[in-house]
Design a protein around this ligand. Sequence first.
Ligand SMILES: O=C1O[C@H](COP(=O)(O)O)[C@@H](O)[C@H](O)[C@H]1O
Length: 248
Amino acid sequence: MPVPASEIKTFADPAALAKGAAHEFVLQAREAIEARGSFSVALSGGSTPKALYALLASDVYRDQVNWERIHFFWGDERHVPPDDPDSNYRMANERLLSPLSLPDSNIHRVYAEEPDAAQAASEYEAQLRQFFKLTGPELPRFDLIMLGMGPDGHTASLFPGTPLVHERERLVAAPWVAKFNTFRITFTPPVINNARHILFFVTGEEKAQTLKSVLEGEFQPEQFPSQIVRPTDGTLLWMVDEAAAKLL
Ligand SMILES: O=C1O[C@H](COP(=O)(O)O)[C@@H](O)[C@H](O)[C@H]1O
């Protein structure tokens, strides 16, 4: 069963995609702030969104939204301290958060310096519950979750083979990722799929075959965790460059 991709937008290259994503971010932030007074966003890590974060902090975009109304979370984090070169927080902080000089109260990072990854996950889940005022089994409703996809089809830190693609209870988990010999901390599928909007960023020819399998192939979420992304009551926009889209 093919994934019901709500919409796919193709851009000439990663730079054009970053501009399109910045535009989308600004529209969604303004809409949420106007409607509800704030904008909650979960950032993605890795390398694809680096240009987007730098662009949002640039003179072109920094005056276009009220940053103090924006609350930043992360959809996944590496099990490293915040100053580690692998830290997703560090990547976004250097390009976006620090240049904007945001108050600490707007930044909700994973305390991944905690030696026990499962403990870091459960503390992050507690942060989500507190921020979204959850008292029972309800799910947080992010205004926007940004996602990337690895060449192996992983998204957030849901890697091929993980049973977490079937997780229904926990909001955050700490899977062991054998490929990298480390734990990660990640949102689970119910949290991702409860977002109002999801933006998926995919660039590069090395992801073309996987993107085709994810969007047009059989539904095999254990092999291609990106296939679990199916918002229950929200929108999903795939923003891809021509190189990644070349087999679609
Ligand atoms: O490990 C990760 O990978 C994905 C994809 O990253 P990219 O470098 O291929 O863009 C990313 O979305 C995730 O946040 C990150 O931790």
